[in-house]
Design a protein. Sequence first.
Length: 197
Amino acid sequence: MTGVPAARRGPARAVGQRIRAARQAARRATLLPLLVRVAVLLTVLTGLAVAYPAAVWTGQPLLGLLVTALLPALAPGRYWPTFAALVTVGGWLYSTFGQGQSIALWRLLLLAALLYLGHTLCALAALLPYDAVVDPTLVVGWLARAAAVVVATSALGVLLLTVAGVGDGGGTLLATVGGLVVAVVVTALLGWLLRRR
């Protein structure tokens, strides 16, 4: 390596160290953390399938969507889960407003449930090192709480839409935009509260 300038050796050495670390993590990986990461991949991929129209899955964007689903599974503690959620929401907006698909309540509820499940699975995967020995009851309890949240919020959402008399018309769009605004405000408030600590 004497002929290679020092400026080039640094990045090459860093890439080599990452590859060695990835190989070592793959050799030491245990089953449950690996299954959680597979669940992240499948959940994000299902969310993308619900959000995007079928024509997208046979065209050129297919590879990009597959990579978008893979990145949160590989690095759940980084910004990739947020990126995948934004791509999913962008796909729903594209298929609804760009392709003219009607706003179906079942699709909207399923997409919201998948986004939440993907987020909570990424949080769990970020806490579990690849080589962790985990009691299965921990994962089952985590998933049971997530399922309870999904069922309760879906039932409450349907109930509120029924009480408000919102159907498949423009009111659903108003409810969707209103819910998005509330989600952004709550997220910003939680971020501000965490920074204050």
